[in-house]
Write a protein that binds this ligand. Structure first.
Ligand code: GLU
Length: 557
């Protein structure tokens, strides 16, 4: 087919579109940045919640850009109008905001946009795609295909029956050499069309390729005449990716490895335009163990696939980020150990340190990281985060939290700000269960539903005696050491050994030892046999509350 025929086809299809791609190439010049600066992007589709795997690529992309003094932008890939959900963009942007991912261009936050190399929303770039598509048709590298879905289905079926590779290629590419007259005819009949790539590749040919994560791999040339522009005149991922990342000057594409198989198509399109392709780094998915098999975390089946799940559970965003950094670069753990007080943004992420295959999602690891992070927070930060979380997810408890700020600050200060702070809270949803005993109503509610058990060696009467006697004995003004010496005296007065050694020497001489007394008090005050330091707990509760609680527990044995 000659050039002028191609031009006429292009004009017949897109009469109002200018095919001069130079206009755009000039409009978006090379960025004025040092050669080592990486330009990266995150391109979510607003088809539902933000996937944890999406967050992973977003963090990696952002860190790589900013660590190299480059640019990170957010591009909304909304070309699949059927799968789009209402408020999808808002959901993504607000989730990224919660992780403090710094966006330089695109939708920066719910109410702020930066439009340097934009528009950054693909549905606002229609005119651009049509210009580039028209150019490809004119140059004989793309053509309209009028096959109906039914015709394509029959084609596929017959390929299946003949046991040959399915797809639109070679002799199966019916409209590959469509003439101007045929185009006009089809249009007159009102038939819809897509624009396909006129592939010049041969699938026998293998091309060596260096992926920044997968390493040196070999890929097959693409010979499929894939769709570049859909019948709704919006581009497919393949076409939009190439045009956008070229114009926006992306240097490094970090994306899920489900795209690796279509990489030959992308390289081919870059080639057709004579553009240099960017570097690619294909990330393996986060896996889940399911009945002994490993599989991708699934949007439909696994609640933990959505970042919303982590917000609801109340993991601090830093814990999620650090967990993902651990998956990205396993040396992060060691770095964190060496640099306990640095911000995780200071950790230099390296693509060459990535695992080539997918990491297994490990909720225990996330929980441990989270406990470490929460343990290091100040009581004020604990308070702010707890209030924020409860306001969103547990309004009832939020009321208590906001009414009792000073009390909560004291509660949170128990065993905090020491060399070895207590690590018993892994997420904000655990706070209530962790500290409920500081509140009478919550304590009463708890024991109305749960059995409280005291040490087995002590019978009910002894427990009651310990509690009622201690109400009279308790002196709230003693320092920790004095208080404990005092407790020993109290133990002796009730026939208990003042230390375990004495007790072990002559167990028959005693009802138990001082440790049993402390255990009874701990359980009576908190309902738990494992709780923070007893002296601190009593100090925070205050004398009156302690006595009231001991009496209440004595009445409820
Ligand atoms: N919209 C694509 C996706 O959600 C983006 C892939 C890419 O980063 O290129 O998978």
């Amino acid at each position: 087919m000659n050039k002028s025929e191609n031009k006429k086809i292009a004009n017949t299809l897109f009469p109002h579109i200018d095919s001069s791609i130079e206009k755009y190439i000039k409009k978006y010049p090379k960025r004025d940045l040092p050669t080592t600066a990486k330009i990266t992007r995150f391109g979510p589709s607003p088809t539902g919640f933000l996937h944890i795997g999406g967050l992973f690529t977003a963090i990696v992309s952002e860190r790589l850009a900013h660590q190299s003094k480059g640019v990170f932008f957010l591009r909304i890939e909304d070309t699949d109008k059927k799968r789009e959900v209402k408020d999808g963009v808002r959901g993504i942007v607000s989730a990224l905001e919660k992780f403090e991912i710094k966006i330089d261009e695109g939708i920066k936050s719910i109410d702020k946009k930066i439009n340097k190399y934009g528009p950054y929303k693909q549905s606002d770039r229609k005119e651009i795609y049509l210009t580039f598509i028209k150019y490809l048709i004119e140059t004989g590298n793309a053509y309209p295909c009028f096959c109906s879905p039914e015709e394509l289905r029959i084609k596929r079926k017959s390929q299946e029956l003949q046991k040959i590779r399915s797809g639109y290629y070679g002799e199966w590419a019916l409209h590959r050499n469509i003439t101007l007259d045929e185009v006009k005819n089809n249009l007159t009949q009102g038939r819809g069309f897509v624009i396909r790539l006129k592939s010049n590749g041969n699938e026998i040919n293998k091309i060596p390729f260096n992926d920044l994560i997968k390493g040196n791999i070999s890929i097959r040339e693409n010979d499929l005449d894939v769709v570049l522009l859909k019948s709704d005149q919006l581009p497919t991922y393949h076409f939009a990716h190439v045009v956008d990342d070229y114009l926006m000057k992306t240097t490094h594409i970090i994306r899920g490895d489900e795209w690796l198989s279509s990489l030959p198509i992308h390289l081919q399109i870059f080639d057709l335009f004579n553009w240099q392709a960017p570097y690619y780094a294909h990330i393996s998915p986060i896996l889940k163990s399911d009945n002994g098999n490993k599989r991708k975390l699934s949007k439909r089946k696994d609640t933990e696939a959505s970042v919303e799940y982590y917000f609801k559970e109340g993991y601090p965003s830093d814990a999620i980020i650090e967990y993902l950094l651990n998956i990205a670069n396993p040396n992060f753990e060691d770095w964190r150990y060496q640099n306990p007080n640095l911000l995780n943004t200071e950790f230099e992420i390296k693509l060459e340190k990535f695992n080539k295959s997918g990491a297994l999602f490990d909720i225990n690891k996330l929980s441990n990281i989270s406990k470490d992070i929460i343990a290091k927070m100040s009581e004020n930060e604990m308070y702010d985060q707890t209030l924020k979380w409860t306001l969103e997810y547990d309004l009832n408890f939020a009321k208590k939290v906001s009414k009792n700020k000073d009390y909560l600050l004291k509660i949170f200060s128990v065993e905090r700000n020491t060399d070895k702070p207590r690590k018993d809270i892994g997420k904000w949803s655990e706070v209530k269960n962790n500290i409920f005993y500081f509140f009478n109503d919550l304590f009463e509610e708890y024991i109305s539903k749960n059995m409280i058990t005291y040490p087995e060696i002590l019978n009910e009467n002894t427990v009651k005696e310990i509690l009622t006697s201690y109400i009279k004995y308790y002196n709230s003004h003693l320092s920790k050491d004095d208080w404990f010496s005092d407790l020993k005296k109290f133990a002796e007065s009730l026939g208990f050994a003042s230390n375990i050694k004495l007790y072990k020497q002559k167990p028959n001489n005693y009802k138990g030892c001082v440790g049993d007394i402390a255990m009874v008090l701990r359980i009576a005050l908190t309902s738990k046999s494992m709780a923070p330091d007893l002296h601190e707990i009593m100090h925070v509760m205050g004398e009156e509350n302690v006595k009231e609680r001991l009496q209440f527990s004595a009445n409820n044995i």
